[in-house]
Ligand binder design. Structure first.
Ligand SMILES: [Fe+2]
Length: 305
């Protein structure tokens, strides 16, 4: 995995002045200053940045030499303060600059939390997504926030952008000799039944039953927690949702990961029993408008290299 820093949008640089104090209070003062500086960075700088994280995994179930470059955009969460139009534009421009074969959108398109100070209209974020260009197209799945807060609006936006949504469906893509299946499942926690209780609209067996040839399979899922159920027939599972924990504070960081598995599926390239999954840290924010140690990222996944 390598990471390229693309840049940041509208950074707000925090300044501080340290005055002379007694030694007794010096340590506490420095700690407070460091804490304030870290908080300022997490709220005002990192969420406005953008990196491209590159993976070139060797996959047992992906034929050697079948080259495919995949750009992944997860958890856009369009809305202020940190994912307004200039930042969204930067995401789309950067994604297009990667010139991948296919672009995959892993759900959670809009922000819905009490810190959403400024909305982004569906026509605006959808208009930006409509600018995405790739030879094999742009494909989407839906995330939990799409289901919980804005299902009709997100479906309408994706329809405006002419981006198909794979919900428990699979399509065969690519030229002869280079074909692969792209599969996507419905959201696993689409309905909230109570504290910690959800009902999903996912159907992994039904989705994979649509795979009708021996060609390799890529699987889009929003939440990574389904990974233990994914068979090795799937060459690579791509997930979002976790934001990598969003606030990576040492020791307590796993408690911020929205996963029943804690840190196990929080971020990055995960290999279990020969099965592979890559979890994106995503782009926007939820719960609080801050990121620390998990900058907004676009994935570039290169297969068959
Ligand atoms: Fe999510």
């Amino acid at each position: 995995m390598t990471t390229d820093v693309v840049g940041k949008v509208s950074p707000h640089v925090a300044t501080s002045r340290l005055t002379r104090r007694r030694v007794l209070f010096g340590g506490a003062g420095l700690a407070a200053l460091a804490g304030a500086g870290t908080a300022a960075y997490a709220g005002a700088i990192e969420p406005f940045s953008l990196v491209v994280t590159r993976y070139a995994p060797a996959l047992p179930a992906w034929p050697a030499g079948r080259k495919l470059a995949i750009t992944v955009i997860a958890d856009l969460h369009a809305g202020g303060p940190d994912m307004l139009l200039p930042h969204i534009r930067q995401v789309i421009d950067t994604a297009n600059s990667l010139q991948s074969d296919i672009i995959l959108l892993l759900g959670d398109f809009t922000a819905w939390y009490k810190f959403k100070w400024e909305p982004v209209a569906d026509s605006v974020w959808a208009g930006e997504l409509a600018r995405l260009v790739a030879p094999l197209g742009t494909w989407a799945i839906l995330g939990n926030h799409d289901w919980w807060h804005h299902l009709a609006g997100v479906r309408h936006g994706l329809a405006l952008a002419h981006i198909p949504v794979l919900e428990n469906d699979a399509v065969l893509l690519g030229a002869a000799g280079q074909r692969f299946w792209l599969a996507g499942i419905g959201d696993q926690i689409a309905f909230r039944l109570g504290p910690g209780r959800f009902l999903g609209v996912d159907d992994l067996p039904g989705t994979l039953a649509r795979v009708a040839t021996d060609d390799p399979v890529l699987l889009m899922v929003h939440e990574p927690d389904i990974f233990p159920a994914v068979p090795s027939r799937v060459a690579l599972t791509l997930a979002g949702h976790t934001h990598g924990g969003q606030i990576r504070v040492p020791l307590i960081w796993p408690t911020f990961v929205p996963s029943a598995y804690g840190a196990r599926y929080a971020y990055g390239h995960i290999v279990e029993a020969g099965r592979h999954m890559i979890v994106s840290g995503g782009l926007g924010t939820s719960i609080i408008p801050a990121r620390l140690g998990v900058p907004p990222e676009i994935l570039l996944v290169e297969l068959g290299a």
